[in-house]
Design a binder for this molecule. Sequence first.
Ligand SMILES: Cc1cc2nc3c(=O)[nH]c(=O)nc-3n(C[C@H](O)[C@H](O)[C@H](O)COP(=O)(O)OP(=O)(O)OC[C@H]3O[C@@H](n4cnc5c(N)ncnc54)[C@H](O)[C@@H]3O)c2cc1C
Length: 329
Amino acid sequence: MTVASPASLYSDLDVEWTLDAPLAPHTWYGVGGRADVLIRPRSLEALTTLVRRCRRDDVPLRVLGSGANLLVDDEGVDGVVVKLDMPFFKAVEWNVDGRVERLRAFGGAAMEQLVQQCARRGVRGLEQMSGIPASVGGAIRMNAGGKFGAIGDAVDAVAVLGLDGEVRVYPREEIHFGYRHTSIPHGIIVWASFRVAEDDPIACRERVLEIFAYKKSTQPMGAASAGCMFRNPTMPDGKVESAGRLIDLAGMKGTRVGAAIVSPRHGNFLAFDKEWNIGTDEGSAGASSVASRTDDMRRLVEMVQDAVRAKFGVELETEVVFWRRGERP
Ligand SMILES: Cc1cc2nc3c(=O)[nH]c(=O)nc-3n(C[C@H](O)[C@H](O)[C@H](O)COP(=O)(O)OP(=O)(O)OC[C@H]3O[C@@H](n4cnc5c(N)ncnc54)[C@H](O)[C@@H]3O)c2cc1C
C-alpha cells in the first residue's frame, strides 16, 4: 500500500474496499500482482465522488471488467482499481420506455449472461457476443466481437462517467466503432442501451448456440488466455491479415517461455500452461516461478513480434491491455 491511495479517498463512501488486493483471481490469465486498493462501489454517487477525488489528488484510477483482456504486471498496479460488480452496476433493464426494442445494461453486467437472457426472452441483437467473456463496459471499451459482428453494431447509446466526475450520454451517431476500438472518451462506462428486436426464442437460442459452436471449434476457449493477443495487422499491400496466420507461418505455434505458450491450436492465443510448474524441476528451480509468470508472457510476446517482423516486415500490436505499476492508465 502506497501513500498514493489514502483511505480518505473512499472510507466514507458507500463502497467495499480491499487493501493490497490480489488481481490474479479477477483476470482470465490468473496471474499478476496486487492493486494498492480494489474498490467496489455500491452506487453511482459513490463512484462519482471517488472519481472526482482521484482526479483532485492525482491518484491513478483503473477500471476492471471481467479481466478477459488484461495482463497485470507481476508488481501489480498503483492507485485505485474499481470493479463494478455490486448489484447496482450489474443491472439489466428490459423494455425500457415500455418498448421491447430498448434494453439497458449497466457496465458490470456479464455479457455471457446477457446473451443467454436475451435468447430465453426471444430478444435478438446481441447474439454476435456469444462465447465472448466480458462485462458490458469492457466489451464496449474494446468493441469486442468477431466473425459474426461486434457489440458496437447493437449499441444505441453509452453513458460514460468522465474523469472530471460528470456523466455524459453519447448517442450511437456520435460514437465511432472500429476494429477492437471505439471513439468513446476515456472514463468509466456506466451503462449502455442497445437496439434489439423481438424474435422467436427458439430461433434466438439456435443462433447463439451456432455462434458459440463456431467459436469453440476454432479457438482454445478453455486455455488461461485473454483471447487474441495481437490485433490483425494491415500488410504493406493494404490488406488486413490474420495475426494468427502470420504467427503460424513464422513457425511460432507451440513456442514457450516458462509457463507462457503460443497455443498449438490458434497462433494468436498466447496462454499460460496451468500444469507447467507443478512438480517439475524446471518449474520449481527455474526463473519462472508462479510469481514471475507475467514476465514470461511479456518475453513471449516480444519473441512473437520479432519473428513476425523478421519474416513479414510487419509490426504486431497487442490487443490485450497491459497494466503496469507507475504507468498512467
Ligand atoms: C477465451 C477468450 C476468448 C475471447 N474471444 C474474444 C473474441 O472472440 N472477440 C473479442 O473481441 N474479444 C475476445 N476476447 C477478449 C475479451 O473477451 C474482450 O476484450 C472483452 O471485451 C473484455 O471485457 P472485460 O470486461 O473482460 O474487460 P477487461 O479485460 O476487464 O478490461 C479490458 C479493458 O476495458 C476497460 N474496461 C473494463 N470495464 C470498463 C468500463 N466499465 N468502462 C470503461 N473501461 C472499461 C479496462 O480498463 C481495460 O482497459 C476473448 C477473451 C478470452 C479469455
